[in-house]
Design a protein around this ligand. Structure first.
Ligand code: ADP
Ligand code: ASP
Ligand code: MG
Length: 410
């Protein structure tokens, strides 16, 4: 079997952990598997490097940021290859530009366009373990690029797809994908399997266990992903195509995301072309808008509310102040203290009343809903920031996802 194994930051946080990773890799090799290992930077390293750059400038050059933050993964790659060799396992590190992981030129959030497999496969055919730094690539002009935070997941899945691997294993600090973030909801349950579609929604709605783009890749190229813990043994969670015998619960998972802000424009003239003016200004500036709500108009005026990523909040607010002057509105307000709580599940397609149940659970907790958005398999509500985690726990319980309590307290 050809397997890609990815180890996240906490799994390679120090030399002892790197040595444990090496032992796992060697054990896998001994069962006649070929292994490509993708590693993240040591836990905290990417943040440390970014802080250094931001202590020099508020807006450091993004090309140089990529040169800087790609070094974190380079360090762990070399350390793991040295450790493997020291344990008598032949290994070689191959960096993003050497492996020819070609991306576009969008520094700090580049997209992989192709990967040349010859270099890696020729080392594999010599019997070596190939270690590849995650997160990094190279554009057509030879500039180093990075794939966005959490991007090593995407490196691993893209490599698995390009090299026709049988499996992509993602080793992290939890032993699988849970019905909610286990660090927020202690009654969360590990899922044995989850469909690509549900995982894609979970990832885009706040479950950072897999980067969104890695799930997109897996879905497009049909790469099975097994999420496991690098600290304990266990079966993990298989992320795969929907199969008919998957549990058809109303809801598979609950997530929350505190990385968005809400902008409300009050008393907007209700006439053709206004919404287009507002949202064109945002898209021209590269701001991605998430939830959009427009109220019913009264006396030819309406209110428009939308959310954007926290990192774009100030920029979007300034743009809206400019647009407001042009079209004449009463007020533009920025609310930076919100949480978006979501329930996700393929079962929603066949169960009625899921939305009303969600709203009544939130009402019972005294949580006001500020905006709502839905798709076929998810419902999201924007609520006050402080209620995010409480809402997750209440919804998790109400939709029957809580695990049985075990031990003395049960
Ligand atoms: P790594 O450094 O290995 O890439 P991450 O920190 O990116 O790990 O992702 C693992 C974390 O994702 C877990 O520690 C957990 O808190 C968080 N997480 C959020 N939602 C979920 C979920 N539904 N299931 C599992 N983990 C989740
Ligand atoms: N080191 C990068 C980050 O912290 C990429 C990754 O770990 O996946 O975002
Ligand atoms: Mg991660």
């Amino acid at each position: 079997m050809l397997v890609v194994q990815k180890y996240g930051g906490t799994s390679v946080a120090d030399l002892e952990k790197i040595s444990n990773v090496a032992k796992r890799v060697i054990e896998y090799r001994e069962n006649d598997n070929d292994v490509i290992v993708v590693v993240s930077a040591m836990a905290g390293e990417t943040d440390k490097l970014l802080n250094l750059a931001h202590s020099i400038s508020k807006t450091p050059d993004e090309r140089e940021i990529d040169v800087l933050i790609s070094t974190g993964e380079q360090i762990t790659s070399a350390l793991l290859a040295i450790t493997l060799k020291n344990m008598f396992c032949d290994a070689i590190s191959i960096l993003g530009h050497q492996a020819k992981i070609i991306t576009d030129s969008s520094h700090t959030s580049a997209r992989i366009s192709r990967i040349e497999k010859n270099h890696i496969m020729s080392e594999i055919s010599k019997g070596k373990v190939v270690v590849v730094p995650g997160f990094q690539g190279v554009d057509e002009k030879g500039n180093i690029t990075t794939l966005g935070r959490g991007g090593s997941d995407t490196s691993a899945v893209a490599l698995a797809a390009a090299l026709n691997a049988d499996l992509c294993e993602i080793y992290t600090d939890v032993d699988g994908v849970y019905t909610a973030d286990p660090n927020v909801c202690d009654r969360a349950r590990r899922l044995d399997r989850i469909s690509y579609e549900e995982m894609l929604e979970m990832a885009s709605l706040g479950a950072k266990v897999l980067q969104i783009r890695s799930v997109e890749f897996a879905m497009r190229y049909n790469v099975p992903i097994l999420v496991k813990s690098s600290f304990t043994d266990g079966e993990g969670t298989l992320v795969c195509k929907e199969v008919s015998d998957m549990e058809k619960m109303e809801v598979t998972g609950v997530t929350h995301n505190k990385n968005e802000v809400k902008i409300t424009i009050s008393k907007v003239p209700d006439m053709p072309g206004i919404a287009s003016k507002i949202f064109t200004a945002l898209s021209d500036a590269g701001v991605i808008v998430d939830v959009i709500v427009q109220n019913v108009s009264r006396d030819n005026f309406t209110d428009i509310t939308f959310t954007v990523a926290k990192t774009d909040g100030r920029k979007a607010y300034k743009l809206m102040e400019d647009v407001a002057k042009e079209i004449g509105v009463e007020e533009v307000a920025l609310d930076e203290d919100i949480a978006k709580v979501s329930i996700i599940g393929l079962g929603m397609r066949s169960h009625a009343g899921v939305a009303s149940k969600m709203f009544s659970v939130l009402a019972k907790e005294g949580i006001n809903i500020e905006a709502i958005t839905t798709s076929e398999i998810k419902i999201s509500c924007v609520v006050e920031g402080k209620y995010g985690e409480l809402a997750v726990r209440a919804l998790h319980k109400a939709f029957g996802l809580d695990s049985e309590l075990v031990g003395e307290g049960a």
